[in-house]
Design a protein. Structure first.
Length: 444
């Protein structure tokens, strides 16, 4: 009876575990980019900034509207009188007075040295700058997603290279062990091959660890559920490059001045710096507005009475027009104007520096692309040569015409060549995406 209950309990636990286990989610590159744009905290914060800037624009326009308010007041005053006209009043007297007031008032600024219009321009410039900054943030996250995703692909392919190399080493160890049993090879070769198998196992473990860490970095960027298991979809990621693609791609990136001009027109960070300069212009105009007089108007309508029930009996309506001009304020206006002028010059310099940085970015990206093309060509040739060399060394060793050391060297060269090819191909794919990023044309 106890055995049956225990078996049933284990069956229930197994069933619950099977039902509750989450199925792995397949993650493609397109899906990764979508998740990054939706959930990455940097993008979310940038978008929140746009909302704040939009509120500032609304508030800036509000300066052209009158400010309206209502008021109400109640007071009670008690006065005691001991003297009247210098004559003491026997026993004294007292008086209690109540006062009720209510009113409606409005104030409107008619002119303040164009500070209100400049405030609108400043708010609009800040909003546009935030929008361009958000676009560049999104482009940066898209590029980082491609970068981390390709790194996952790269480490996975390197893992497969190391696993295949380990399998070859293990098969070679089996052949050497059998050959040693019949006296065909020396025992030293068996031990040497065992060492090689151990080294290949360590390399495979390191490759597996690199792959898991690369995947963790990608999932951290996407801000996804850490408990959910994800499978990386490798479809669509090239493992080899047709060299004909190089000629077609290079034809698009030959005119460096034109590419730089396009980058300056397209890059959101440059457009953001341009809007920041416009905002500095508006801030300078706001600072200079203190040199002008300010003109305001106000109107009020109110009630006043000592009895609340008769509050509406006494009415008053008033209008006011005020002109104010500050003759001297301790050089405060001059200081603010000078600070605004310095900010304006700094924004000009920042704009020029952004332009120079874009030129450098384009140049470096094109150099990286050119270098990656050469690396792909070299590694493709190296893999072919290393594979033939490994096969020849293996055949010679199996026939007794070669040494195990020659075979180990040939196999190591072949593994290195495969690894270099993986790095070169993924590096080329990333270099292409980097060119799009520096040109400001990167898409999802």
């Amino acid at each position: 009876m106890t055995l049956r209950c225990t078996s049933f309990f284990l069956f229930v636990l197994t069933l619950v575990g099977t039902v509750g286990a989450q199925q792995p989610v397949t993650l493609s590159l397109e899906k990764a980019v979508q998740l990054a744009l939706e959930q990455n905290s940097t993008v979310i914060q940038a978008r929140n900034t746009i909302e704040a800037r939009q509120s500032s624009v609304t508030a800036a326009y509000g300066q052209f509207l009158p400010s309206v308010g209502i008021s109400g007041d109640w007071s009670q005053t008690k006065s005691d009188f001991a003297f009247f006209n210098g004559i003491e009043i026997p026993g004294g007297s007292s008086e209690t007075r109540k006062q009720y007031t209510a009113g409606l008032g409005a104030n409107l600024t008619l002119f303040n040295g164009f500070a209100n219009t400049s405030s609108v321009n400043l708010a609009k410039a800040n909003e546009a700058s935030a929008e361009h900054f958000t676009r560049r943030t999104e482009q940066s996250i898209v590029f980082q997603t491609h970068q981390l995703y390709l790194n996952v692909v790269r480490t996975f392919q390197l893992l497969k290279v190391n696993e295949d190399n380990l399998k070859r080493s293990q098969r070679q160890l089996e052949r050497i062990t059998e050959s040693n049993k019949v006296g065909a090879v020396a025992l030293a070769d068996v031990y040497r091959q065992r060492v090689q198998v151990g080294n290949d196992e360590l390399a495979s473990i390191r490759a597996q660890n690199d792959y898991e860490k690369a995947k963790a970095d990608l999932l951290a960027l996407l801000a996804v559920d850490g408990e959910q298991e994800y499978q990386i979809d490798l479809n669509g990621i090239p493992t080899d490059i047709d060299t004909n693609e190089f000629r077609a791609l290079n034809g698009q990136y030959t005119n460096f001045p034109e590419l730089t001009r396009q980058a300056i027109q397209n890059r959101p960070d440059y457009l953001s710096a341009l809007e920041s300069r416009n905002g500095a212009d508006a801030s300078l105009n706001i600072a200079r507005s203190a040199y002008y007089p300010s003109i305001t108007t106000s109107a009020s309508y109110g009630y006043d009475n000592t009895e609340f029930s008769k509050l509406a009996d006494n009415k008053s309506l008033s209008f006011r027009l005020s002109v104010n001009y500050n003759l001297f304020n301790g050089f405060s206006t001059q200081e603010k104007t000078q600070q605004a002028e310095v900010s304006r010059r700094n924004s000009d310099e920042q704009l020029r520096q952004t332009e120079r940085s874009i030129q450098v970015d384009v140049k470096k990206a094109l150099l990286d692309l050119e270098a990656s093309e050469k690396q792909v060509n070299v590694t493709q040739t190296s893999v072919e040569s290393a594979e033939m060399d490994r096969k020849i060394a293996e055949e010679k060793y199996n026939l007794g015409a070669g040494t195990l050391l020659d075979l180990l060297i040939a196999n190591a060269n072949y593994t290195t060549a495969l690894s270099n090819k993986v790095n070169a191909v993924t590096g080329y794919v990333l270099a292409k995406k980097q060119v799009e990023f520096v040109l400001g044309t990167i898409t999802k």
